[in-house]
Design a protein around this ligand. Structure first.
Ligand code: HEC
Length: 230
């Protein structure tokens, strides 16, 4: 009788301990996390992160297309990986970066590059590299659309699957559409036709262009904002 009581107490105890360590402690440490604000003479001059509801539709497309099966959205620090060295981000990502993401798409596999900063100015304006196979010209929204439609048109060795069903081929009625893809070679549509993104593709690219976790944060060593942050 006594022994089963001990066993029972041990089981309850281990549940209580793991509940404390895995649920209560993280909640106490991170539950009250707020966006970082930077004040200058009593006025808030900077706030990060900001809730961006306009890209929620694109986020849903990212999830439903399973982009996170091949792409992560988390930058490891220098001691734990080469993410920063590879140019995926200037600093590691921390809990505060994901404050407004109901379900962060951290990802667990990296068949493609990490996308945490794919919309950052640095990534978008990456100057043309010596080797066009890897680092093509400016990766703006038009580049992203081309890449989604036919990855090999912009990265010749790409093994990312094309997402053609997010686009439609239309007969040109009068003027060419402003967002028609500038396709060449075998991907070029028949004369009189054009390839335009469906709303899903536009929303997805708007979401990609919003991805930017490069803002300095006080808890990340070496990236503290210039003015004292709260
Ligand atoms: C089967 C794996 C796979 C899936 C699924 C996948 N990708 Fe990729 N992705 C890759 C690989 C590999 C690369 C690197 C080659 C390249 O850039 O095309 C890449 C590259 C990229 C890049 C280019 C980054 C850069 O600037 O160099 C972007 C942006 C991207 N993927 C977005 C997406 C989006 C959005 C989706 C979902 C619609 C997606 N990927 C789904 C494998 C994948």
């Amino acid at each position: 009788m006594n022994r089963s009581l001990y066993l029972f107490a041990a089981i309850i105890g281990s549940f209580a301990l793991s509940c404390y360590a895995l649920v209560i402690m993280p909640k106490c440490q991170l539950g009250g996390l707020q966006p970082q604000t930077v004040e200058d003479e009593g006025k808030i001059v900077d706030i990060y992160p900001i809730k961006n509801v306009s890209v929620e539709k694109g986020r849903a497309v990212y999830a439903s297309e399973g982009c996170f099966y091949c792409h992560s959205q988390q930058i490891r620090d220098e001691q734990n990986g080469t993410d920063i060295e590879r140019g995926w981000g200037a600093r590691r990502t921390v809990a505060r970066d994901y404050l407004f993401e109901k379900k962060p798409y951290l990802g667990s596999m990296r068949l493609g590059p990490d996308l945490s900063n794919v919309g950052s100015a640095k990534w978008r304006n990456e100057p043309e590299n010596e080797d066009p196979k890897y680092k093509p010209a400016k990766r703006d929204a038009a580049w992203q659309l081309l890449h989604l439609y036919a990855p090999r048109t912009v990265i010749s060795i790409s093994n990312m699957p094309p997402y053609r069903y997010l686009f439609e081929t239309k007969k040109i009625g009068g003027e060419r559409s402003a967002d028609a893809l500038a396709l060449t070679g075998p991907n070029k549509p028949k004369p009189g036709y054009e390839v335009v993104p469906k709303p899903e593709a536009k929303a997805l690219v708007a979401y990609l262009m919003s991805l930017d976790k490069s803002h300095p944060l006080k808890e990340v060593k070496g990236s503290a904002p210039e003015v004292a942050a709260k």
